[in-house]
Write a protein that binds this ligand. Structure first.
Ligand code: HEM
Length: 519
């Protein structure tokens, strides 16, 4: 008996030692070897010194502790990216390639999906997206499902929803009280989720989507929340899972969802899925996207459900952050705000247009300055800082840099937006940079800095780029028109003084805006 025990302890000791050595390799040796390997390439940016375990996350965490947005360091480092095609980012256990230059993105786009493809790392948001095609490889089926979804998102199809976009924007504003301050991310989230519910399932389903359901909080209490807040919180907590020690050290245990926070996050997400199923089952609106998806004979029942989830997961929170950034930068630049408001008024868009929902696509397309404002807002503070994960399907080279099979790759969206080689005064909010008649544009053109081609990246590039751009831009335009027609607002002045303010997804800065109803 004694000998069996000794034998068992010996084996357990060997196993523990083996696992410890594996962790040392995965968390320290492998990232360090990558750092050394890529340091040799003059067109690759690596941090001057190797930062063990946390890697680049150390700087990100420090910025967030100072109340700055998590992608602040991308803006700061943009000038260091001159002449760099690629950057190696270290998230501790997870070295990855971030594509910086236009050349790197151009080469990458040609390789997707034959030699480089979307990959599900199974970490964080990858767990939320299970079943959707968002994080799946480009197989025949995912490509077909992407095509079906894209067909609902063209400018023509999206324009059908302008009345719903107007209605839900003005409905969200109605309860706001004169002179009171609100967190506008909350407001914009209600707005975009209601629009999506209406477009996907019909207006009569908005109430059901807003019905509260149980959500388990980290402190053990339960809150009753609408589906919108359940998925937003779920997103946030799954994102935090990426930094949980178990995700790095024992992923199978994290994936099994048997201990907290993984168990709790999993159960909360199931509540969201059940809620979506209820909307799907109760949908009766023949014109809704849900009904059209239901009629499609090419997809299975579970794919149909997942594809409806894809809309919400990919489309709702992204647009709301875009709307808030636009409102913030407009107020930070009063002359831009006044110019845009005048353009809207000169087009005879007023409270009546909004109340009668009589805004047309043609009318919106007349508003050239609004287009410039939205483009500039998506450049200076777009909803996403990086694309989803890709990986090389075989050993490849990008800009002469070898990338081994399976190495994670992402497109760096923001670094291109802040690159002085592509843009004149990139850190300034100047919508005129898109107006060919303006002095700013003419000067930028002379300097060769009007942000051609791949320098504009809010929706990423290549075969798996965002298919929802037309819908998103139209929705942002309608929301801004309705908001600027019905209310004025004051931004918390402290936000204008602070460095590193931004409202992309993941930002923890609260956009507190005081409402002033227009008489
Ligand atoms: C301003 C709002 C939006 C922004 C900035 C945005 C941006 C992005 C980005 C950067 C990606 C990743 C592309 C890549 O990995 O290369 C993406 C993917 C995607 N977006 Fe958007 N998006 C927005 C709104 C929308 C909307 C309204 C929809 C509509 C449902 C949508 C649907 C999708 C889908 C389905 C994907 C995955 C595409 C694929 O995997 O093939 N997005 N989006």
């Amino acid at each position: 008996m004694y000998q069996i025990l000794i034998g068992f302890l010996k084996w357990a000791g060997f196993l523990a030692l083996g696992y410890f050595l594996y962790l040392v390799y995965a968390l320290l040796v492998y990232p360090y070897m990558c750092w050394r390997k890529y340091k040799k390439y003059s067109n690759v940016y690596t941090t001057p010194t190797f930062i063990p375990i946390l890697g680049d996350l150390k700087r990100i965490n420090e910025d967030m502790k100072k109340g700055r947005v998590h992608y602040y360091e991308k803006m700061q480092k943009a000038s260091e990216m001159k002449g760099k095609d690629i950057r190696i980012k270290f998230e501790g256990y997870n070295p990855l390639i971030l594509l910086q230059s236009n050349k790197a993105i151009e080469e990458f786009a040609k390789l997707v999906p034959s030699k480089v493809d979307r990959v599900n790392t199974g970490r964080g948001l990858g767990k939320v997206g299970l079943g959707t095609f968002l994080f799946e490889k480009s197989t025949k089926r995912t490509v077909m499902r992407r095509k079906i979804l894209t067909s609902f998102l063209s400018l023509n199809s999206s324009s059908r929803h302008i009345p719903a976009m107007m209605r839900h924007t003005s409905d969200v504003l109605k309860p706001l009280k004169q002179g009171q301050s609100y967190d506008f991310i909350d407001i914009a989230n209600v707005l975009t989720f209601n629009i999506f519910t209406s477009v996907l399932f019909g207006d009569d389903m908005v109430e059901l989507a807003n019905r509260v359901r149980p959500y388990q909080n980290p402190d053990g209490t339960t809150s009753m929340l609408p589906l919108r807040d359940i998925i937003i919180n779920s997103f946030k907590s799954h994102f935090v899972q990426i930094f949980h020690p178990l995700t790095a050290t024992c992923k199978p245990l994290a994936d099994a969802n048997i201990i907290n926070p993984f168990k709790r996050d999993h159960e909360n997400y199931q509540v969201f899925l059940e809620g979506m199923k209820e909307l799907y089952k109760n949908c009766k609106d023949e014109t809704s996207i849900c009904m059209q998806i239901l009629k499609n004979e090419q997809t299975t029942e579970s794919e149909k459900m997942s594809d409806l989830n894809t809309f919400i997961l990919a489309g709702a929170e992204t647009s709301s952050h875009g709307i808030v950034s636009t409102l913030f930068f407009l107020k930070k630049h009063p002359e831009t705000f006044a110019k845009l408001r005048k353009e809207i008024q000169d087009a005879r868009i007023n409270k009546e247009t909004v109340t009668n929902e009589s805004l047309t696509r043609e009318k919106i397309e007349e508003l050239d300055y609004l287009s410039c404002v939205i483009k500039e807002s998506l450049r200076i503070d777009g909803p996403g800082a990086e694309s989803f994960f890709y990986s090389a399907k075989q050993n490849i080279k990008l800009c002469g840099v070898p990338i081994p099979k399976g190495f994670p790759i992402k497109v760096d969206l923001f670094s291109g937006h802040y690159n002085e080689e592509y843009w004149k005064d990139p850190t300034n909010f100047v919508p005129e940079r898109y107006d060919q008649e303006s002095e700013f544009y003419k000067q930028a053109e002379k300097e060769g800095k009007i942000g051609r081609g791949f320098s504009t990246r809010p929706f990423s590039h290549g075969f798996r780029a965002c298919p929802g751009q037309s819908f998103a831009v139209l929705e942002m335009k309608v929301a801004i028109i309705v908001i600027l027609t019905l209310i004025d607002y004051e931004v918390d002045p402290e936000l204008f003084q602070k460095d590193g303010v931004g409202f992309g997804i993941g930002s923890t800065i609260v956009p507190s805006f005081k409402v002033d109803w227009q008489s």
